[in-house]
Structures are given as C-alpha cells and as structure tokens.
Ligand binder design. Sequence first.
Ligand SMILES: [Zn+2]
Length: 346
Amino acid sequence: MNRSQLRGRVQTVCGLIDPERLGQTLMHEHLLSDLRTPEARKVNEPEEPISLENVWAINYGRKKHRMQYVLDMKDIAVVEMNALRKLGGDTVVELTCGGIRPDPKGLADIQLGTGVNIIMGCGYYVEEYQDPSNKTRSVDDFAREIVGQVFDGAWGTNVRAGIIGEIGSQNPWTDLEKTVMRGAVIAQKETGAALNIHPGRREDLPLEIANTVKEWGADLSRTIISHIDRTILDVEPLLRLAETGVVLEFDMFGVENTYYPLKESVDLPNDGMRLRLIRALLDRGHLDQVVISHDIDCRTRLVNFGGHGYGHILENVVPLMRARDFSQEEIDGILVENPKRLLTFV
Ligand SMILES: [Zn+2]
C-alpha cells in the first residue's frame, strides 16, 4: 500500500472501502485488548467469576477484579458487534495499540463474522504499558514503524491500520511519550491518516499537547484528543481547546458514575452533562470538531456481563440528543460526517 492508493479511501482491517460505506461510526472502542497494568498481568491466582452479585461493585470501580480489563473473548465480541449492527451501527474504530495487546487478526475475524467495519489504530499507548526497550529508540524509528503499520501491516501481520493512535501521554507527559508522539506526527504527514491522542489526566494538558504537536507539524483538523470527558469539566477551557482547531472526543458515554477510580478527585459527568458540554461547543460553531464513543475497555461494560454495550449511544444517547433539541444535521455530523472526514485518507 502507498499514499496514492490510500488517498480518498478508508482502510478497514479487511481492506480498503469507500468512505460512503462508513455510516454511523463509533470513534474510540476496544474489542480485543488487555489494560491490566504490567504488575497485574503477573498475578495468576484463581478469582471468583463476575456474577450478578459482584458486577455492580466491579463496574463502579471500588471492587477490583483482575480480569475486568482483559477483553480476549472473540465470540463475545462477535455477539456484541451483531447487537450494534442491529441498532444501526456500521463502523467501529478500535484503538488498541502497542502495550495493550493488539490482535489484528482477531479484529479481521470479527469484521468478517459480523459485517461491522473495523478500523484499527497503531503506535504506542502510555509509557507505563510500553516495553522499556522503547526508551532507546529514536523519533525516526517510531515514525518508520507507524508508517509501516499503515502501509504494510501491524504487529507481525499483514493487517493494516486505518488511523494512528491512541498515542499515549501520562501526566506529566514523559520523554519517551514525546518521542513516540513526534514519530506519530511524522507518520500522520507521510500517510494522510488521522491521529488520535490519549492525554494525561490534567485539565490543561490537552491544550499543551495540541499546541506542541502543531509546532511539530501535525494537522490539527485531523488530530483527535480522546477522553475529554474525564479531563476537561468546564466550558471555558473546553472552548479554549476547541479554538486550536483540534477534534474533541467525548468517549465515555455510558459511564454514569461520579466515582472515577483512576482519579478520585474528578467528578465524572453523566451522559446528560456530556451532551451539555457538546451543546456548548456546537453553539460556538464547533460542530466539525466533535466525535463521540464509549471507549469500552473492560468486561462489565459489555452486554454479556450486564453492561450497556457498544449500542448504548445509538439506542439511548441519540434519543437524549433529540429530546435536547440536537438537530438531525448535528447528530449526523457527530456520528457520520466527522468520522467520515477523519477516517478518509488525504
Ligand atoms: Zn481507548
């Protein structure tokens, strides 16, 4: 694959498709991933199964379950994708990248088995999850690897990535993560793919990252900052970030707890509050810069384990949007047109 073959097309895990076939698109999900910390992966004791008695406590986040952050059940992923398809979901962007166990062949099997288009990410997640040997690598080395993942195939397979990311940043943003990010920005320029960034948990870090990658040459209109809804909780800093031209992703739809185990001082919004923040962006003319998703990364958010599943936005959030006077043009902009623009190679 080369740049001119990709231009104007979308790259799924089963090959190129016409952008018109994308339809309603979830911009940030995980189907097969392992988000256990490196230490948690070493523990191997038996553990009680997830059940009706413990599923709420595990999902709330105070009760820890070691397998909660392991999505390795392809058969269940197929059932969940078929349920999404029945609700009108056409495409899922799967951002499991280096450090959290990407499974490109598994994703291709899921697309083949369900007909849901799957667009795979590439590059590396936050430093905590990366192999320490990455610390000795150069910007150009990462750039070559990421370009290869888009043009030739990723993680030892011939399955090619259709987007770059989610490229990780912790708080503070580490030197290794900056090296990877510079490589990802070069790869964005060389491939014409969109770039998705996972920012560390600090309100002003997304703005710092957006300004920095812009200096490095990133196209901010094709750069997405993930997890806005656990990072920026007020309208004013949100609008300041939007002024840069970067795309803002609200990707925790379905999470309605106040309690956030990864940063207990944060009050997580619920879906209604997410829609209020999005409304504020639309009212200032930023419709082109908003995308949404669930970022499902654990078992208890799957329907199979009593959770809301990948269909929650289409089944429950879109009706909320209508009840809050979002126009059809706005809903389509967020779920169809913006994903189409971002996922089409330039
Ligand atoms: Zn993610």
